[in-house]
Design a protein around this ligand. Sequence first.
Ligand code: BTN
Length: 265
Amino acid sequence: MPSNPYQEIEIGSPGRIGWQINYFDEVGSTQRVAAEMAGQGAPQGTVVVAELQNAGRGRLGRSWHSPPGVNLYTTIILRPKIPLVEVPRLSLVAGVAAAEALETVAPGIVTLKWANDLWLNGRKTGGIIAEAITDSRQRLSCVLLGIGLNLNLALEDIPDDLRDKATSVRIATGRECSRPEIAAALFNRLHSRYMEAEAQGFPAVRPVFERYMALKGRRVTVVEAGSPTVGVVRGVGVDGALLLETEAGTVRVMAGDVTVEGAYE
Ligand code: BTN
């Protein structure tokens, strides 16, 4: 077992996010490792962090560039008592927590692109994936909340095809940051926001998401299940849907990829 630079930020007892941080030098994906731990009964708040992922997973079957030594790759095991259909809201809650954590090192330039992207100065610095694990009766047994944050990644280490779309804290601010400090801020903010959403529902966190929301007032295209909707971004609904003002009135988009001219898709 490698020495664990994240051990010093472990906090609280089982149930609290970050109570136990399992650290690995190299994994395929922290999502896979966390799935195994969850299957063996790991309690809520158990965290997996890897130095390097050789098969990091993004949304929609994409891969997640995961070089060693510079970024944060983590999966948090959650056991929420919510219906399956509400799981996507957790990635919005996590987005708020991650934005608040990034704000500590990149004040004033953090935004959230619905649904799952973290931006610094309009370029992607992080992404979130919420995978639901169900039991044999299709009831939710846990959620694997995967968060990837580009922190000290240098511009020359971004693959060519992503160079004009991706960024990192270091690129955006000119300063390196401490990965354990950002991880501590992330797990603490996530614990608070998750508790808030669990007690009062997503509407309690929604105003903060909207405060960070990128592209408000911008005309975008959202492709949901292959069919595009064009409209102006107005905010998020109480259920986490993207609210788009279209020629036919306000449309609620539950899932999909948002694209806008002149910004990262
Ligand atoms: C996205 O924007 O497409 C979501 C990216 C999620 C990446 C993180 S890194 C930690 C965790 N492990 C993975 O394989 N993926 C998530």
